[in-house]
Design a protein around this ligand. Structure first.
Ligand code: DP6
Length: 331
């Protein structure tokens, strides 16, 4: 008997035009199209193998067997592949998150993109990347974009089959990102819960949807023109609009902490000194700074001197998800 073990790696991505809100929660169809940058510094490695004699899937994360609730979430995702491949065998999932220790940056994007890429091979589906991104989407929306590298658009589409990701540009033109870890505490409200509350209650939400479409159009023009300043300006404005929608929710909420504001102010100050850099934030207090790769060391030094207890992490541009091994070994 042979044991097939398939390992895949996927990098996390940071949205420059945010995905914030679903129009279909079951299928993970978004309210607006989004655009991201894949990062090489943070990634997940996931190995899958069949468990022919087992009644249950097994999910091991960073060496720890996960509780039933987590297991069920993963099983529901694996079911998408099992159903499509016409198989019912249970599967073992072994996952390792490669994020700097305690940076609080573990991401569902790299997790589901790595798992989906591995399952695509294990189950023999061998779908192309675009189709695979529609499967991965149903694990976590942001994972859709981690299938590709560089600048990636997730087109909201019209249905489950065409709501997919595509690479817009490989971002190989002096692009980098710094992450300033403001807090490592587990967030009180997940992005999933936060976006749902915003869609259902925020008076500002319709304006967000209208603006996101315009921002996406403009950022694609900036990318096509390789206009870094314009890219940064649109990124910064879009991220803040998303955070603005949360203040209009009932009850209002925010992921910001006092230190977050200080970091944002510092980034603005650095820019004022002639070093172009632009901030963005997701559903948490950490700040990501888009900058030119050639100026990243200089900007990092200023940030680290100012916030010595919150040292920033440099990341270059990451590639799309890929298979690491395909070992067939005798047992
Ligand atoms: C603020 O992809 O984590 O990071 O689809 O419910 O799993 P689910 O949500 P998730 O949301 C990401 C929200 C965001 C913006 C973005 O990545 O586009």
């Amino acid at each position: 008997m042979t044991e097939k073990r398939i390992t895949a790696r996927a990098h996390t991505n940071i949205a420059l035009i945010k995905y914030w809100g679903k129009r279909d929660e079951k299928l993970f169809l978004p309210m607006n199209s989004s655009l991201s940058l894949t990062l090489d510094a943070f990634y997940t490695d996931t190995t899958t193998s069949f468990l022919p004699e087992s009644q249950e899937d097994i999910f091991i994360l960073n060496g720890v067997t996960q509780e039933k609730k987590e297991q069920e979430k993963i099983s529901a995702f694996i079911d998408l592949f099992r159903e499509a491949a016409g198989i019912s065998t249970k599967i073992k999932v072994e996952s390792t998150n490669h994020v700097p220790t305690a940076a609080g940056l573990a991401s569902s994007a790299s997790a589901f993109a790595a798992l989906g890429t591995s399952l695509n091979e294990l189950t023999g589906m061998k779908m192309d990347k675009t189709t695979l991104s529609t499967f991965v989407r149903q694990g976590s929306g942001s994972a859709t974009r981690s299938i590709f590298g560089g600048f990636v658009e997730w087109d909201m589409g019209t249905n489950s089959f065409d709501s997919c990701a595509k690479q817009i540009d490989d971002a190989s033109w002096d692009i980098a990102m710094l992450t300033i870890p403001v807090s490592t505490d587990k967030k009180k409200l997940s992005s999933r819960e936060g976006m749902k509350l915003t869609v259902e209650t925020s008076a500002f939400y319709p304006a967000w949807v209208a603006q996101a479409g315009k921002d996406l159009h403009m950022i694609k023009e900036a990318i096509a023109a390789k206009d870094f300043i314009r890219l940064g300006e649109i990124t910064e404005a879009n991220g803040m609009k998303m955070h603005g929608t949360m203040l209009g929710a009932i009850p209002p909420f925010s992921y910001w902490e006092p230190l977050t504001v200080k970091v944002l102010q510092k980034v603005t100050e650095i820019r004022g000194q002639g070093l172009p850099c632009y901030y963005t934030m997701d559903a948490g207090p950490n700040v990501k700074v888009l900058c030119r790769k050639s100026q990243a060391a200089e900007i990092k030094q200023i940030l680290d001197d100012t916030f010595p207890e919150n040292l920033s992490i440099f990341s270059g541009v990451g590639q799309g998800a890929y298979l690491l091994t395909d070992i067939e070994k005798g047992r």
